[in-house]
Design a protein around this ligand. Structure first.
Ligand code: NAD
Length: 292
C-alpha cells in the first residue's frame, strides 16, 4: 500500500475513535467517522476540531494544515457511506459480537482489498476476524491513548491474517508517523500486560490514603518520566473502560494483579468516568474527550 491519500473510515466516535480520526485527518486522508449514536458522533467531531484548534494555537500545526485536517473529516451514521474506504479502523465498544457483526456487514459494502483494522484491547483478533468472510484482511492495530499524541501502535495478526495485509498495515502506520511494534494475538498484547496492573496499583495507593491524586501524579511525572500521571491518563481512558479492560484481562489470565481495586467500582457506579462525564479523579468544564 503506497502513501497516497486514502479514504479511511473510523468506526466508533468515542475516546479512541475520535483520537484515531484525528490522526487520519491530520495525515490528509479523507476520514469518515461513523457512529450509531448522533450525540456521540457530534462529540467525536467536536473533539477532533478542538484538538486541531489547540494544536494551531500552540504552534504545533499551521493554520492551513489544520483547516485541511478539519475539511478532511466528516461524520456519518450510515454504514453504506463507507463503500469507498481503503482502510476501516474499528473502535466501537469492546464487544466481540458487535465487532464481528460490523466487519461481516462491511464485507458486503467495501471492496475486496479494503483493510480491516481492529483497535480491540482485550479480545482476540482471530475471534473478531471470524466475523468477516475475508479474515485474511483483518489486523489488530492497538493505538495508545491519546492516539494523536502517542506514537506506538501494537500490531497483532490473527491466525488467518495474510502477509499482504500485515505488510500494508505496517506501511500505512509508518505513513501516519506511528511506530509499530508487532505482538502476538494474546490478551492485553504487550502494553496492557504491565500498564493495567500498574494503574491498579496507583488507584489502590490513592484509596489507601498514601497521598492525594495530585501528589501521586506529580510523583510519577517526577520519577519514572511518564508523559502524564496515572490519574490524568485514567480520566482520558475512562473508568468504565479501565474496569472493563482490567476485568477482561483478569478473567482470561486469572492473575489477581489485573483485578480492579474497589475504588474503580465506586467511581463507575457514581458516573465519575473521567473527561467524558466531566468528573473522574479531576473535574473538567469541557467534556470533549481529550486535548482541551
Ligand atoms: N479508552 C482507551 O484508553 C482504549 C485504548 C486502546 C484501545 N481501546 C479500545 O478501543 C475501543 C473503543 O474504546 P473507547 O474507549 O473509544 O470507547 P467509547 O465508549 O469511548 O466509544 C465507543 C463508541 O462506539 C460507538 N458504538 C457502539 N456501537 C456501535 C456500532 N454498532 N456502530 C458504530 N459505533 C458504535 C459508541 O456510540 C461510542 O461512541 C474498545 O475496543 C477499547 O477496548 C480503548
Amino acid at each position: 500500500m503506497s502513501n497516497e491519500k486514502k479514504t479511511v473510515a473510523v468506526l466508533g466516535a468515542g475516546t479512541m475513535g475520535s483520537g484515531i480520526a484525528t490522526v487520519m485527518a491530520r495525515a490528509g486522508h479523507r476520514t469518515l467517522l461513523f457512529d450509531i449514536d448522533d450525540a456521540n458522533l457530534q462529540r467525536g467531531v467536536d473533539t477532533v476540531h478542538g484538538f486541531v484548534d489547540k494544536s494551531i494555537k500552540l504552534g504545533k500545526l499551521d493554520a492551513e494544515a489544520g483547516q485541511g485536517a478539519k475539511d478532511a473529516l466528516s461524520g456519518t451514521t450510515a454504514l453504506s457511506d463507507l463503500s469507498a474506504c481503503d482502510v476501516v479502523v474499528e473502535a466501537v465498544f469492546e464487544d466481540l459480537a458487535l465487532k464481528k457483526d460490523l466487519f461481516g456487514e462491511l464485507d458486503g459494502i467495501v471492496s475486496e482489498s479494503t483493510l480491516f483494522h481492529t483497535n480491540t484491547s482485550t479480545l482476540s483478533v482471530t475471534g473478531i476476524a471470524s466475523g468477516s468472510t475475508k479474515p485474511e484482511r483483518v489486523v489488530g492495530t492497538h493505538y495508545c491513548n491519546p492516539a494523536p499524541l502517542m506514537k506506538l501502535v501494537e500490531v497483532a495478526d490473527g491466525r488467518h491474517t495474510a502477509e499482504w495485509a500485515h505488510k500494508a498495515t505496517i506501511e500505512f502506520l509508518s505513513s501516519l508517523g506511528k511506530t509499530s511494534v508487532v505482538t502476538k494475538d494474546r490478551p492485553g498484547f504487550i502494553v496492557n500486560r504491565f500498564l493495567i496492573p500498574w494503574e491498579n496499583s496507583c488507584i489502590a495507593a490513592l484509596d489507601a490514603g498514601v497521598a492525594t491524586t495530585e501528589e501521586i501524579d506529580a510523583a510519577v511525572l517526577g520519577s519514572i518520566g511518564h508523559p502524564m500521571g496515572p490519574f490524568r491518563l485514567l480520566d482520558i481512558v475512562g473508568m468504565d473502560i479501565h474496569q472493563q479492560v482490567a476485568m477482561r484481562l483478569y478473567e482470561q489470565l486469572r492473575d489477581p494483579k489485573f483485578f480492579p481495586p474497589p475504588m474503580v467500582e465506586r467511581m463507575v457506579a457514581a458516573g465519575d468516568l473521567g473527561r467524558k462525564t466531566g468528573r473522574g479523579f479531576y473535574e473538567y468544564d469541557d467534556t470533549r474527550l481529550f486535548g482541551s
